[in-house]
Each structure stands twice: as structure tokens, then as C-alpha cells.
Ligand binder design. Sequence first.
Ligand code: SAH
Length: 272
Amino acid sequence: MSKPSRFPLGLDSMGQAPAGARAKTDGRTVLRPQRPLHEAARDAVRQAAPQGLGLDSQPMRERMIGVLRREGIRCEPVFEAMRRVPRHVFVDTALANQAYEDTSLPIGLGQTISKPSVVARMVELLFEGAQARAGGSLGRTLEVGTGCGYQTALLAHLSSRVISIERLKPLFEKAGTNLSAWRLDHVRLVHGDGRLGHGPNAPYESIIAAAGGDDVPQPWLDQLAIGGRLVAPMHRSGGRGQVLLVIDRHAGGLVRTEHEAVHFVPLKSGIA
Ligand code: SAH
């Protein structure tokens, strides 16, 4: 596994450095922006806004949240994070005018940024986990499949610590550039095989995967904290497609539940 990169990652890709600082609250370290994060995000949006998108994508994000509500998502913390993170910054300029539609989009190398409704649903499921319900935070989160870094940015608003692993070097680097607009000191990107998890920062209260395999890698189960929850797309046996799988770790063992059908890119082994 290559050396993990740490934030802040060099120069701000959008020509400014929104200020952020960490503060202790109830013994947990949380992101405390020195000025409201949405202001920083708006500045970034103004500078990065492609032609035709208008100067401020905030109303488009509100509309997108309205669509997600109608689709049955109820998790307000997820909506708050979606308000703050400009999705169009994470996709190619040519696709930016579709960034607030509920659709997956290509991010290169045959990979896609997931549909907002699927991202919201998965993070909502994480929030329904015992630890998150009790603490109002996802706690320490492991994300497998950083992609362009959009979901990583959402998780950064909802977690005390985020470790995100991507196996494809160009996407690992792209996510680093995308996320360098914010000073996310509690986020660490790793270029590596996410099937192995990330032992040095384990255990995790939340584990989320953006790529689906035939089984749950044993390291994910080993690295899941008691009271923690894992959400991942997983193939059903007999070629019957993928479903969202939830695994809760209780003191007495693991409890698995299957949710709705989904379509994710495959979880692969090794790095490239
Ligand atoms: N949430 C991402 C979605 C990216 S698509 C986003 O917002 O952009 C899923 C990603 O999982 C791809 O980038 C793919 O390269 C990655 N992936 C697949 N198998 C992996 C593995 N074993 N370890 C780490 N990343 C993996």
C-alpha cells in the first residue's frame, strides 16, 4: 500500500483556501470552520462555476434535496452535508450542468460518481446504525472507493475521522485535487486495495463501500467496531444482481440485513 496523503494537500485547486480548524466537542474532534463552510463552498462554486450553471449552485442543490425527499430519504444530516458540498466541482466541466440531477456520471477509467439518491440512501443507512444514532455522528469512517471524492466530502461533514481508499492512482490523485479546496485535516486519502481495509486506524464505527463484490472482505468485519455498521453493495448468489447489505456488529456478533437492489461498479483486487 502506498503512503497515505494527508490534508491539506498543497495548493488550493480553486485559488483560495477556505479556512477550517478543528475543535474539541464532547471529547470528539470535529471540523469547525472558521467561517461557515457553505460560504467557503459558495466561493469555490463562484470561481469554478462553468458556463450555463449560473453563479451560485445553491438553489440547484436545494432542488436536488427536494427530489431526494420525494424519493423517501429522511436523514437531515445527509441533506445538510449535501447543501455544503458542490457536486459539480467533482465532475468534468462538460458534465457539470448535469451534476444536480439524480444521475450517476462518468469520472474516468470506467468508473462513475454514484447517483445522489444512492449516496444519500447509503449514508442514511449508516446513520441508522446504533453508534451514529446515539452520537449524532458517524464516528470514525472507512470509505472504500474514493472515486472523485464527492462522497468523501459528505462523510467529512458527518464523521470525526475519514479514511478513504482508492485503488486507481489517477482517481486517488483527482480526489486529492478536488478535496484540496477545503482544509479537511481529519480526512486521509489512501492509494491502496480497499479489500484489505486500513488496519492502522481501525476500528471504525462506520464502513461504506462504493464498489460491489461477491463477499464481504474479512478485514472489513475485523475492523468494524462494536456498535458499528457497515453498508456495502453485494452480489446476491446465483447472479441475481446486487443489493445493499448492512452489517451491524453487536457485542454478541454480527447481524446482516439486505436492502434494495443497486448497481455499483465491481470491487476489484490490487492497485493500478
Ligand atoms: N463514491 C465515489 C464512487 C466511485 S465508483 C464517488 O463519489 O466518486 C467506485 C470506486 O471504487 C472506483 O473509483 C473504483 O476504482 C473503486 N474501487 C473498486 N475496487 C476497489 C478496491 N478494492 N479498493 C479501493 N477502491 C476500489
